[in-house]
Ligand binder design. Structure first.
Ligand SMILES: C[S@@+](CC[C@H](N)C(=O)[O-])C[C@H]1O[C@@H](n2cnc3c(N)ncnc32)[C@H](O)[C@@H]1O
Length: 272
């Protein structure tokens, strides 16, 4: 159950950020492969955008790709060292602003000011109270045609399997997870969050969830995560919710990594 205190401790004190989070892209064959293979295809309709908010940028793995697609980029992370690193990495300019928050508040963002909200690989670790709080605020922060792409947990959809996995000692559970036979408790997903719960909260917050894709992650076919696309009712993106179950996200990653992201596939024209 990753609470805000645990998140603060892990990301501020425990995590080794020396590779700027690149290790999290290794299963796709690198961050370029993951960006072009998994992320950009899902957000291409929303970018470039005039004013973009990224929640939980960490050391800027996605920020580096989002920045050229953003007129103005607002970064909000609860971990001061992450925001400090992003400031060093991307510099101070009129086109980018940096904020450390308390893990919940978007008070530093003006109402009706954000055209595109992006969060990838961060809100999977926040429980429903925090996620719902962010959704409540996004209803006010989005411009009338604004849209949000949010990667969050769906582990709550596997309560029984999660309880079973908890009963297995970690040294035995790990090989089962790797073989796709048990839900991945090591991925530290929020257990209180489901895609359906997020859709319900969107409705309560006055937002419309226009698509939800439940996805598997690194191992197996359990869809422990979800990608929700959220807008304001009446925006140009608004339509009835479309749902997709994607238990093959992890298999696609391994295919991309094996076939296309190996060193032999890099464009010789781009080499030194
Ligand atoms: C696993 S890292 C991912 C960073 C980046 N998104 C990436 O993919 O490389 C999680 C990041 O989310 C931030 N984070 C976690 N919970 C948060 C919250 N409630 N509000 C804002 N940031 C949060 C952490 O400080 C950390 O920078």
């Amino acid at each position: 159950m990753p609470g805000l205190d645990e998140n603060a401790d892990v990301w501020a004190r425990q995590w080794d950020w020396s590779d700027e989070g690149e290790q999290w892209s290794a299963w796709w064959g690198g961050t370029d492969a993951m960006w072009f293979g998994a992320v950009l295809p899902r957000i291409h309709a929303f970018v470039p955008a005039a004013r973009v908010l990224e929640i939980g940028p960490g050391y800027g793995r996605w920020t580096s790709r989002l920045r050229p697609l953003s007129g103005h980029l607002v970064l909000v992370d609860m971990t001061a060292r992450c925001i400090e690193h992003c400031r060093e990495r991307f510099g101070d300019s009129a086109g980018i602003e940096y904020h450390v928050n308390d893990g919940r508040s978007l008070a530093m963002v003006d109402d009706e000011s954000i055209d595109f909200v992006f969060s990838m690989d961060s809100l999977v670790h926040v429980e429903s109270d925090v996620l719902h709080r962010y959704l409540d605020q996004l209803a006010r922060k989005l411009t009338p045609d604004g849209i949000a792409f949010l990667h969050h947990s769906n582990l709550g959809a596997y309560r029984t399997l999660t309880a079973l996995a908890r009963r297995v000692p970690p040294r035995l559970l790990r090989p089962l997870v790797r073989r796709g036979l048990a839900v991945d408790l090591f991925a530290w997903r929020a257990e209180s969050v489901t895609a359906q719960g997020v859709a319900n909260q969107c409705a309560r917050a006055g937002l419309a969830c226009v698509s939800q894709e439940t996805i598997s992650w690194e191992f197996g076919r359990f869809q422990i995560d979800a990608l929700s696309v959220v807008t304001r009712p009446g925006s140009r993106w608004h339509r009835p919710t479309r749902l997709a179950a994607n238990p093959g996200f992890g298999a696609e990653a391994r295919r991309v990594a094996a076939l296309y992201a190996a060193a032999g596939s890099t464009n010789p024209g781009r080499a030194g």
